[in-house]
Design a protein around this ligand. Sequence first.
Ligand code: NAD
Ligand code: UDP
Length: 348
Amino acid sequence: MRILVAGGAGYIGSHTCVALAERGHQAVIVDNHCNSAPTVLDRIARLTGGAPEAHRVDLRDAAALDRVFADGGFDAVIHFAALKSVGESCVRPLDYFENNLGGTVGLLQSMQRHGVDRLVFSSSATVYGEPEALPLDESARLSVTNPYGRTKLIAEQIIADACAADVRLCAISLRYFNPVGAHPSGLIGEAPSGVPNNLMPYICQVAVGQRARLQVFGGDWPTIDGTGVRDYIHVVDLARAHVHAIEALAGEGGSAPAAGHPLHGHTAINLGVGRGISVLELVRAFEAASGRSIPYDIVARRPGDVAEVYADPRLAEALLGWRAALDVDAMCRDAWRWQSMNPGGYAG
Ligand code: NAD
Ligand code: UDP
């Protein structure tokens, strides 16, 4: 299949382009590079044996996007393109609404104009807000605590409304838990700009000597060791799930799932391992995988954090035939390999 991958130069998108190529699919990347380096395209080429077709286009530029679709012959779209920092979204909420929602609407309109009727969308476990019960399954109450999360929830609703209005359109919103790790080659990985917001890239930068100590946000949570618990998932497992989703939407005859099929219309599916890991458990696993020590201080809780979040991932297995295969040791080993081979990210 030929797949338009919006935001395909980013962290999860680049791994998905490699996973698509491994299954014989052709990825065409559309990215404005607001949060990615064009050099990632060379790395993808080294992993797949050929440079991916790529267009520097902003999803909100309807004319430019239409030109890509007009030449495309796409079977489906995967939509990763978004701004993703929770903290920044609280400071610049309108930029987040404009980019994440404007981009999603623009993409759906171009798909409609060109008769492309299958979409896989990057959503997030952030749409569950503070969990009422664990593990979280897809029927859990939805609530958001920040503008970034609101863009994900509203984008899911926009996509569901578009599916309801057009019986041919089928979409899967994949609700990622905590993506970490990197491709085992060490050629592609997560390259945050500035101070990392997320735990794993911060640990990696401490390990490589770029930051002195990790700050552990809270040692008094009601969890096994007092630190926050999350469901970390290897980015290679996550990438593979997108290929399963695209192939599930292709169905038997190559057309989008018809009425009565479980993937007809809009479907939200969790992508997690189904197991919670605490901050200190992750630190210890990383130390074992890297042979480096990670000095840390336990500091105050981070505003807006919750104690414990982990997925019930069974729907992904039932509907997509996918389950996570890689454990926390692989996550740490591959994150460390990427970080030590590329201490400055794609810049070197
Ligand atoms: P990323 O920033 O590495 O990748 C996003 C890509 O989209 C970047 O290359 C960026 O340049 C591009 N982009 C952004 N706005 C664009 C626009 N208007 N037009 C064209 N390109 C645009 O992020 P990621 O970690 O790979 O995340 C991918 C998706 O998954 C995002 O939608 C994110 O919200 C979602 N998500 C990520 C996580 C995570 O922890 N990484 C967790 C849950 C959900
Ligand atoms: N965390 C931490 N120090 C950091 C970054 C994160 O202790 O520098 C903790 C955070 O409080 C949470 C866990 O690590 O319990 C995962 O945080 P992350 O920001 O990676 O993911 P999210 O909170 O969005 O699930």
